[in-house]
Design a protein around this ligand. Structure first.
Ligand code: SAH
Ligand code: DHB
Ligand code: MG
Length: 211
């Protein structure tokens, strides 16, 4: 774990410029008592690059926290809609986005499943990073808003390898395994999951493309 974090620190230093808006967002989030679970800087940049690679203009994020990943997405997209349950998190995110000079983000507060049901605008890229037990429901809603070419990234789908435990009764693991069943069975989706190590330990993400 120390090695993972040390190497991540080196990799971020090697390829990423210091960024006051992003580090300020993490500092304000910590000061406000938000949990330190934002994507790592190199994961944030991966999201940013994927939005650009996909040529995505309209981005949907589920799980805002303090808006750290949102800043990465918003810098690559035309517009981001981000969904957050906790009004305190949303307030910190709005402050962080304003401090970063970002004006193309709409933060919608409430249980994501309820908010998603009200959305009708098509989505080119989605980042799913809220309560993991609901991931199958979230991805179903994202697919309703998708079109051929829509890219979906789901965070935290490995969780120290716990996802591979078929006898797990953990609701996050069950949600992720159900998500994989849904993706595999869906006639219009191609998906893969990649394990990662780094400053956030051993985890992984799922990448899906709508065809
Ligand atoms: N994407 C963020 C991290 C998100 S952490 C980043 O990388 O910077 C997960 C967030 O999902 C938390 O802020 C939590 O409050 C939110 N969340 C949990 N359950 C939710 C729900 N049912 N609806 C919307 N957001 C939810
Ligand atoms: C947790 C949530 C996340 O989105 C993450 O990237 C890491 C941890 C959590 O709820 O513990
Ligand atoms: Mg996450």
């Amino acid at each position: 774990m120390d090695l993972y974090a040390d190497v991540d620190a080196y990799l971020v230093d090697a390829l990423q410029e210091p960024d006051d808006a992003l580090s300020g967002a993490l500092e304000r989030s910590a000061a406000a008592g938000l949990p330190p679970i934002a994507v790592a800087p190199n994961q944030g940049k991966l999201l940013h690059l994927l939005v650009r690679i996909a040529g995505a203009r309209r981005v949907l994020e589920i799980g805002t926290l303090g808006g750290y990943s949102t800043i990465w997405l918003a810098r690559a997209a035309e517009h981001v809609t981000t969904l957050e349950l906790d009004p305190r998190h949303a307030e910190v995110a709005r402050e962080n986005l304003a401090s970063a000079g970002i004006t193309n983000v709409e933060v919608l507060v409430g249980p994501a499943l309820e908010t998603l049901a009200t959305l009708t605008e098509p989505v080119d890229f989605a980042f799913v990073d809220a309560d993991k037990a609901n991931n199958p429901r979230y991805v179903e809603q994202v697919l309703r808003l998708s079109h051929p070419g829509t890219v979906i990234v789901i965070d935290n789908t490995v969780r120290q390898g716990r996802v591979a435990d078929a006898s797990s009764s953990d609701s996050d693991v069950l949600g992720t395994r159900e998500l994989f069943d849904l993706l595999r069975a869906h006639p219009q989706v191609d998906a893969t999951t990649i394990q990662t190590v780094g400053s956030k330990g051993h985890d992984g993400f799922t990448l899906a493309l709508v065809r």
